[in-house]
Each structure stands twice: as structure tokens, then as C-alpha cells.
Design a protein around this ligand. Structure first.
Ligand SMILES: [Zn+2]
Length: 279
């Protein structure tokens, strides 16, 4: 599932290509994916509007228009592609649109933006200013911003009996972390995923805070993690999967100590850790 580094990679590429484009036509292949919004509202919000920038909040992608924004959440397997006759086509790109392509935006200068999603847990919508405020009201701080501090993080763990893994996945405490980067941050910080969050010392929280920022920055730099469907808008894979310490490595030796990496369900998610390095 795409997490902050994958969505940020997509954003960075779209920011390079989209601003200045005008949305000339909208092909909505699967209106069901417009959850809670009429097709009419969606089309009216987008059609003939100009794209100003590509933004991100947590795992949400926001294509900002001259008025309002197009919201995209990638769900499990969502992909966004940008194609134009002026740019050579990426290699091995599926022939678009295929049956998994649910939204096509025709832009001026013969460019197109596609949203493709095999498992269809993704969603998109037109957001007005008030919709955006309501949607993000409960979302926690951006982990790479100055608002995300070890002190605030520690305070949010206070007296919590839920596992630290569950709280890292809770988007109201910190936005953008998912299963992969939560496991990796806990491994780097030497913290066992199943311990109750309220039991963390401030020293441990400081280490975790640093690990979260570091692992996310490295993953953005590497263009994200491509272990299942994730590719960027130019159909390129990320390379952070080569640097994973625990995620997807169950039964393999820990890169720090050689102990076999364990996997079990914590917070309803497959969770990976080193029984020697994480306490
Ligand atoms: Zn280890």
C-alpha cells in the first residue's frame, strides 16, 4: 500500500509536469469510486479548470486547481500516470486505458492523467476549500514538518495501552505512516512493535521520532518502495525495497545481529521485527 514516500514521489513528479495544464475533458469509467459525491459536482469542479500545483497531506494526493482540488487516495494498488506526446512513453507501461483505469483527465497540449487501480480500494473526489478542512481536521502532523516533535509524540502515547505499532498506524497521531515504514522505524529505533505505547520512555520516543523521519526521508530519496504494484507516474519503480531491514524479511537473518526476523499479527497487520535488536 502506498505510504508517505510513495505519494510524495508521485507528487514531486506531478509538480514537475502538471502546473499550467487545463483539464479539457473528464472520462469517469467507474463512478462508484467517487464515494459520497455526485458525478455532476465532480465534473463541474474539474472541467476547464487550471492545475496550479501538486500537493500532499499524509497519504492523500491533492492536485490543486485555480479553485479547489482533485483529491486522490491510492488505497492498496492505486497508480497515477502522466503521459503526453511530447515525452517519450515509459517502458513496459500497460496499454492505457485498460480495464483497471477508472479516471482519465484529458489535458491541453495532448497530455493525459490516468488513475488506475486493480483492487479498487482507492478513491478520488473534487474538494472545495471547506471539504478539505473537514477531511483533514483529525489528521495528525506531517512527520517531515516542524510540527512533528518528539515531545508531542511522547505526549500522545501517554497512558495508551494500545501497541506502539497500532499508534504509528493511527493517522490522527502522525500522518502518512503505514505498515512498511512503521515496521522499519520501530526496527531502527530498537523498539518491539507490540509493547504498549504508554510504556515508552522519552528516550525511546526520541529515538523513534528520529527513526521515523530518517526512514521516510531515505525512502522519498529512493523513490519509494516497489514490492507490489507501486510505480511512479512515469512507470518507474522505487528502490527502497533494497534497504528494508525487517519488512518482508521474515525468517531471514537480521542485518544487524543475524537473528531470524519474526513476523506475527500486531494491530491486525502482519508485523516484522528482530527479537534480539528490538526490546
Ligand atoms: Zn537483530
Amino acid at each position: 500500500m502506498p505510504e508517505l514516500p510513495e505519494v510524495e514521489t508521485i507528487r514531486l513528479i506531478l509538480e514537475k509536469y502538471l502546473p499550467g495544464h487545463r483539464i479539457e475533458a473528464i472520462h469517469l469509467k467507474r463512478p462508484k469510486m467517487l464515494r459520497g459525491q455526485s458525478q455532476r459536482l465532480f465534473r463541474a469542479g474539474l472541467k476547464q479548470h487550471e492545475i496550479k500545483s501538486a500537493d500532499r497531506r499524509g497519504k492523500f494526493l491533492l492536485i490543486r486547481l485555480d479553485e479547489g482540488a482533485l483529491l486522490i487516495h491510492l488505497g492498496m494498488t492505486g497508480q497515477v500516470f502522466y503521459l503526453t506526446s511530447g515525452l517519450s512513453g515509459p517502458e513496459n507501461l500497460p496499454r492505457l486505458p485498460d480495464k483497471h483505469t477508472h479516471l482519465i483527465l484529458e489535458l491541453n497540449d495532448d497530455a493525459r492523467l490516468y488513475f488506475r487501480d486493480i483492487r479498487m480500494f482507492g478513491r478520488f473526489a473534487y474538494l472545495g476549500e471547506d471539504d478539505e478542512k473537514a477531511l483533514f481536521k483529525k489528521l495528525g502532523p506531517e512527520p517531515l514538518s516542524a510540527q512533528f516533535t518528539a515531545a508531542k509524540l511522547h505526549l500522545s502515547f501517554k497512558n495508551r495501552t494500545a501497541s506502539i505499532k497500532a499508534l504509528l498506524l493511527n493517522q490522527t497521531l502522525v500522518a502518512g505512516l503505514g505498515n512498511i515504514y512503521a515496521d522499519e522505524a520501530l526496527f531502527r529505533a530498537g523498539i518491539l512493535p507490540k509493547i504498549p505505547a504508554g510504556k515508552l520512555t522519552f528516550e525511546q520516543t526520541k529515538k523513534l521520532h528520529r527513526s521515523i523521519r530518517k526512514v521516510l526521508k531515505e525512502a522519498v530519496y529512493r523513490g519509494g518502495t516497489s514490492i507490489s504494484d507501486y510505480v511512479d507516474p512515469r512507470h518507474r519503480k522505487g528502490t527502497f525495497q533494497l534497504l528494508l531491514g525487517v519488512y518482508g524479511r521474515e525468517g531471514k537473518p537480521c542485518l544487524k545481529c543475524g537473528t531470524s526476523i519474526k513476523k506475527d499479527v500486531v494491530a491486525q497487520r502482519g508485523t516484522h521485527w528482530c527479537p534480539q535488536c528490538q526490546k
